[in-house]
Every structure is written in structure tokens, then in C-alpha cells.
Design a protein around this ligand. Structure first.
Ligand code: ADP
Ligand code: GLC
Length: 495
């Protein structure tokens, strides 16, 4: 089957978070199963292409004030996957992907509408897929366009759409005038379509118009159908619950494994853990803590600094945590208050809490390899990849039991020797602190701790199984569309 991925970021070309890891790895896993896979991404300033070749010279995109023009270049094939990049220097040749520290780019609706339309037009030249697989609000207009203004285009007659929600917290909300600006019909501005509390909601459009909706863990697929996690769209999802499913993300062990990691100071494996100490010393040195005692447990954090990730809990307990025998190393960037919080804590407890405010892939790998524990107390977490990477590195996750964190981490039970980490449910500083203390206590018995490490290291979260699940979803979508085509034919015959 031919599947076209449409997404706003993908490794190795562009990345701000886990979406890019998924878009980098899942297509390859699908290609390995025999599917034909194309991936469409914007060509940002950050997108490095060694030998780009133009494959579509000019695509006309109507906006209400003027026509805009995009072109498409190919970055060639990697592991059987063909990558295409939509070029519009006016929209994508900028410092960042979505915005600056001052806020989102004000023309994000235009930028990603142009992208979505360009993908549809380009596919008519480069090959219309059986299924468009779209991700997050930036590609949400693809299913909307296909079922509205493109509905009569014979090129797209039987094409199916799958939409994956990576995060309900980002919806693409814009003022009503956005619809005429993008030459979209006003009748989309109703509660049953894209209207949302007086604004246009791109994500809602995708939830209404896609043939099938997936999200990135089973638990999150249930959570988002409740008011606590649905960000106001829980009703729309409940209305579609027979076409909503959760498929857990896999991870790419070619990139994230202590046996091959090129950023780690030493290699190690479940059979021989000795290299981890060298990784720990290297990590402490990277954070300027050369004189720290490497016997102390090191708790690592790698994260976007955003409210989703539970930093308010961390701020509640840090003073008390700093009294314990441990070291925290944190890498992250994002919301200013959290950056400032970590910098302040570092000043206050220079021997206990170290931070790098940055986006740095090499340091992210060093933290996975050199820490003893990994902290993710998220308020919500659709899947979460870092806790899965941590398992492979024998870096024991301490997590809140939500979304993918709950689905991937099993609580450690010293008596049975089963389990892979520590988790708590109540969203409170007290629960977080108690759980970290349990982990610190368990660390003191190094024999059972190593059993716990090995339990995690022996888990397999590679993409293969999840890619097969997506394969089933694509089959289902083709049945739905096939059925729709038959329905259409029948109604023309009877009319
Ligand atoms: P999310 O997508 O919500 O940010 P995930 O856990 O799914 O969370 O994925 C985050 C990805 O981004 C991981 O690959 C992680 O290593 C990476 N990452 C996050 N913050 C940083 C950072 N400051 N520097 C380097 N990599 C980061
Ligand atoms: C989102 C989520 C994260 C998930 C990632 C990839 O950014 O916040 O939990 O792992 O997408 O699906």
C-alpha cells in the first residue's frame, strides 16, 4: 500500500520533540513491512539536504489577497522511504519552526495551510497515495480539504485519511477570518465542524473529517475522551470513539542504545554494565561537577520546559529533595519561568542540581547513558519517548502514571523482582517526593537495583509491532473508503 506521511517535523531533517522521532522512524518500519512510503515535510532553514532535486517547480496556492507559490524538492530515499520537502522561503526560511520565545509566528495558519495544500497538489504529480497519514494540527487541513473543496477531485476519489494525535494541548486556534483568508468555505464555521468557542480549530477539523483517528498510547486514547485530558475536544472524540484507537510509539534502537551510542563515553549492555560508571563520570564532567561522588545516584531530566511536563511539582519539592543524597542533572529549554527555576536551583544547590538550558542532542544521549534514574512527572503524556529510551539504558524511570508513561512502566516490586520503574498517580508534590524517595531507597541495594535495571534493558519497544498495528488501521481505512465509493456509485445509480 502507498502511504504518504504529512507532518511538520521529522528526524533527521527537523525536530523540536517526539513527533520528529516518530516521523523519522515509523515510515522506515512500514517500508520494512513492504509498504511504499513517502514523507512530506516543510523545508525549514534548519533542514539540511545534501543533494536536493526539484520535482515540482510551481504550485499555485490561492489566498484571498493573492496567489502564493510553493515548490517541492526531494531529499532522495532513505531505507526505502522517499522524502519530499515543500519549499516556500517566505514561510519556512526562518529562525525557528513554529515561533520565537516571544510567541508563535502570527501567520502559522497561512504557513501550514500552504503546506497542506501544496502536499495535495504535489501528490497529483508525484503519486496519490492510498492513505494520507497526517500528524498534529499542522497537517490537520489535509483531511478537511479532501472532504470539502477537493471532494470532487477525481484524483482523490478513493483516498483515505488517518490522523494521529501526538498532543491534544496544541490545536491550531485562529480567528474566524482565517477561513476566508485561506479560501475555505464559511460553512466550516459551525460547532459540528471547525468552530470552537468563537475560533477556528484546525485539530477539530481533522477529528471531524479524518477516516480514522489514532493516538500514541492506549491509555491516552481513553484519557482524551474525558474532560480532564480532552482540552475541550473530548465530546468530538467520544462521538467518534469507534474510529479512535491508541497505538504505542516504538523507539529507534539504532539511535538509542547503550551498546552503540556514539555520544556515550563507554558502551555497555545488560550482560556487562561496567561501562555505565564511565558514562556517569563523563556526564558529571559535562555538567561541571567533576568533584561529585559518582556513588551518589544521579537523576536525569531531558525535556521541553512546558507545563505539560510537571515542572510545577518539581518546583514544589526541590528544596526538600536537595536534602537527599543525590544529584539532579537537567537539560531543557522552553518556557522562561521553568528555565529560571532551574537556574535559581542551581545557584542555591550548586553541588546537587545542575542544568543546561539548551536543546542539545549529544547531551540528551549522555544523560540517558550516565544517569541512574530518569524523572518524568508529567501532568499528561500522550506517549513519551525518553522513559522508553531510559529503559534501554538501564536508567530507571520515575514517572507519573498517565498516558504512555503508565503504559510503558511497570512498578518495581523488590519481593518478586518484577517491574521496571517507579510511578505515582496523584498529581501532587507529596506523591512525587515520596516516589523519588522510594527510588533512592531502592538504589541503596545495588544487587536488586541491577536486577531492576536489567528488567528495563531487556524490554523491546521497537517499531515492528506498532507498525503492524498501523498497517491494520490503513486496511480498515481502505475498507471504509471502498465502502464509501460503493455507496456513492449506488446513490448515482438510484438517483
Ligand atoms: P515531547 O514530544 O512531548 O517533547 P517525547 O518524550 O515524546 O516528548 O520526546 C522528546 C524528544 O525530544 C526526545 O527525543 C528527547 O530526547 C528530545 N528532547 C527534548 N528536549 C530536548 C533538549 N533540550 N535537548 C535535546 N533533545 C531534547
Ligand atoms: C508529543 C507528546 C509525546 C509523544 C510525542 C510523539 O509531543 O507530548 O508524549 O511521545 O508527541 O508521539
Amino acid at each position: 500500500m502507498h502511504i504518504a506521511f504529512v507532518a511538520s517535523e521529522g528526524v533527521p531533517f527537523s525536530k523540536t520533540g517526539g513527533l520528529a522521532d516518530v516521523v523519522g522512524a515509523l515510515p522506515r518500519a512500514l517500508a520494512a513491512l513492504g509498504h511504499q512510503v513517502s514523507v512530506y515535510l516543510p523545508r525549514y532553514r534548519q533542514t539540511k539536504l545534501s543533494d536536493p532535486a526539484q520535482v515540482v517547480r510551481s504550485i499555485t496556492i490561492p489566498f484571498d489577497d493573492k496567489y502564493r507559490f510553493a515548490s517541492v524538492v526531494t531529499g532522495g530515499s532513505q531505507s526505502g522511504v522517499r522524502f519530499y520537502f515543500v519549499e516556500s522561503p517566505e514561510f519556512f526560511d526562518r529562525d525557528a519552526l513554529y515561533g520565537t520565545p516571544a510567541g508563535d509566528y502570527p501567520d502559522n495558519a497561512e504557513r501550514f495551510a500552504l503546506f497542506s495544500r501544496a502536499v495535495l497538489e504535489a501528490s497529483k504529480v508525484l503519486g496519490v497515495p492510498h492513505v494520507f497519514h497526517c500528524h498534529d494540527w499542522q497537517s490537520a487541513l489535509v483531511p478537511v480539504l479532501l472532504r470539502t473543496i477537493y471532494a470532487e477531485d477525481p484524483a482523490f476519489r478513493d483516498v483515505g485519511t488517518v490522523f494521529t494525535i501526538h498532543n491534544m494541548g496544541y490545536q491550531g486556534l485562529f480567528p474566524p477570518e482565517t477561513l476566508p483568508l485561506l479560501m475555505l468555505p464559511w460553512d466550516l464555521f459551525t460547532m459540528s465542524k471547525m468552530e470552537f468557542f468563537g475560533q477556528v480549530n484546525f485539530l477539530k477539523g481533522a477529528l471531524v473529517y479524518s477516516d480514522f483517528i489514532t493516538t500514541v498510547s492506549r491509555k491516552y486514547s481513553q484519557e482524551i475522551q474525558t474532560a480532564e485530558y480532552g482540552f475541550g475536544l473530548e465530546g468530538v472524540l467520544r462521538g467518534r470513539s469507534s474510529t479512535v484507537t491508541g497505538i504505542l510509539n516504538g523507539v529507534d534502537y539504532d539511535e538509542w542504545s547503550p551498546q552503540t551510542d556514539k555520544f556515550a563515553a563507554a558502551k555497555y549492555s545488560p550482560q556487562d554494565l561496567s561501562g555505565k560508571l564511565k558514562c556517569k563520570q563523563d556526564l558529571l564532567a559535562a555538567f561541571g561537577m567533576v568533584s561529585a561522588d559518582p556513588r551518589l545516584p544521579v537523576i536525569g531530566i531531558v525535556s521541553r520546559f512546558a507545563a505539560q511536563k510537571g515542572f510545577d511539582l518539581i518546583s514544589q519539592v526541590m528544596d526538600r529533595l536537595a536534602r537527599e543524597e543525590m544529584i539532579v542533572v537537567a537539560l531543557g529549554a522552553g518556557d522562561k519561568p521553568y528555565e529560571e527555576m532551574f537556574l535559581r536551583l542551581n545557584k542555591q544547590f550548586p553541588n546537587k542540581i545542575a542544568v543546561k538550558v539548551a536543546y542539545d542532542n549529544a547531551v540528551a544521549h549522555k544523560i540517558e547513558a550516565g544517569s541512574d534514574m530518569f524523572l518524568m512527572p508529567s501532568r499528561y503524556e500522550p506517549c513519551g519517548l525518553n522513559q522508553i529510551y531510559s529503559l534501554k539504558y538501564g536508567t530507571v524511570p520515575v514517572v507519573r502514571a498517565t498516558g504512555g508513561l503508565d503504559d510503558t512502566i511497570e512498578p518495581w516490586d523488590v519481593r518478586s523482582g518484577k517491574g521496571t520503574g517507579f510511578k505515582f498517580t496523584e498529581y501532587s508534590g507529596e506523591s512525587l517526593l515520596l516516589t523519588i524517595k522510594q527510588a533512592l531507597h531502592a538504589y541503596r541495594d545495588q544487587t536488586s537495583w541491577q536486577a531492576l535495571m536489567r528488567n528495563g534493558m531487556n524490554k523491546d519497544f521497537s517499531w515492528n509491532a506498532s507498525a503492524r498495528e498501523y498497517g491494520k488501521v490503513y486496511d480498515r481505512v481502505r475498507q471504509i473508503r471502498g465502502g464509501a465509493a460503493v455507496q456513492e456509485k449506488l446513490s448515482t445509480v438510484t438517483a
